[in-house]
Ligand binder design. Structure first.
Ligand code: ATP
Length: 295
């Protein structure tokens, strides 16, 4: 495809028009190559007590519609089972793209992503997505009661399991105080939850799923101090016994991380602890000063 792109630009001799044409070409290609499970998927090794190891080996990826702009460029990183890694970087650095590739919403054009030593393209797609829990920035609350909203994390879980997850996620107390407790109807036509409450529902879902790999996209929206404290506590509970990658927006998160990875233009430009990166005075130090008011 790279050859075709090059040839097309030469023929047209007009970069702008070539870019437009290749965009459409790539979109067509994408329709014809949907992500699917391999015919003979491999099995993951038995789960370890501290989660899954994750390796990215020279991962290069561009979105089908933007063939000339890689969102990730030769990205390599090895993350140990049980590690908590915070990912920071300016807007457009590729943080969200990385999560999308881990979930196989897209495959990289070059390089490989391995979970416990197995290329994720060799895994059954459902197995892969069952292995990964996600706490998104904006949690979707369904038009259903609180019990069902949390059970969505693992359909088939018992009421007792849902309640245990809610307790760990610091969601139990506020749910109990709703007019009909766990039977209270949530969503547009039901009880409207606060941002912090929605996040704790999302964490409860992830805890119920109990995945070896957890992806957190921390909310940027400000929470009141009490809600913030509860969410932080819930996140800490959620990270125990698994590998966690968090797109970090909060000082508490980066300070607690085993390692911070700083991304820019689809590459890792720095990594280390909060203290070491602040001392280094590079990109992270500047971002931290802006984002956390902490230099
Ligand atoms: P932010 O902090 O703003 O969420 P980010 O670090 O998560 O940014 P990404 O969303 O991963 O960055 O974006 C990386 C690059 O890929 C950017 O140049 C972005 O414009 C581009 N991009 C993201 N999503 C798509 C898409 N669906 N199609 C085409 N390009 C995209």
């Amino acid at each position: 495809v790279a050859g075709a792109v090059g040839a097309l630009s030469e023929v047209l001799g007009d970069a702008q028009r070539a870019a437009g044409a290749t965009e459409r070409l790539m979109e067509l290609l994408e329709v014809q190559s949907p992500i699917s499970s391999p015919a003979a998927p491999l099995k993951l090794p038995p789960r370890r007590a501290n989660g899954a190891a994750l390796t990215l080996d020279h991962v290069t990826f561009h979105y089908p519609s933007r063939p000339l702009t890689p969102a990730l460029s030769r990205l390599s990183v090895a993350i140990d089972a049980g590690e908590t890694v915070a990912i920071v970087g300016p807007s457009g650095a590729g943080k969200t793209t990385l999560f999308q590739l881990l979930l196989r919403f897209y495959d990289p054009q070059e390089g490989a992503i391995e979970l416990d030593g197995i290329d994720i393209r060799q895994l059954d797609l459902h197995t892969l997505r069952d292995t990964i829990g996600i706490v998104p920035q904006d949690t979707v609350i369904f038009s259903a009661n609180a019990m069902e909203n949390i059970r969505y994390g693992r359909p088939g879980a018992s009421d007792a399991e849902v309640i245990a997850a809610a307790k760990m996620a610091a969601a139990h107390e506020f749910i109990e105080r709703l007019p009909e407790g766990y039977r209270s109807f949530l969503g547009e036509r039901g009880v409207r939850l606060s941002g912090g409450q929605r996040q704790r529902i999302a964490i409860a879902r992830a805890l119920l799923k109990n995945p070896p790999l957890l992806l957190l996209d921390e909310a940027t929206s400000a929470l009141d101090a009490e809600s913030e404290r509860l969410v932080q506590g819930a996140l800490e509970a959620a990270m125990v016994g698994r590998t966690t990658l968090v797109i970090a927006h909060r000082l508490a998160t980066v300070q607690r991380a085993d390692r911070i990875i700083v991304m820019e233009h689809g590459r890792i430009v720095e990594s280390g602890t909060h203290a070491s990166l602040v001392a280094a005075g590079g990109l992270y130090a500047g971002l931290a000063a802006l984002q956390f008011g902490h230099a």
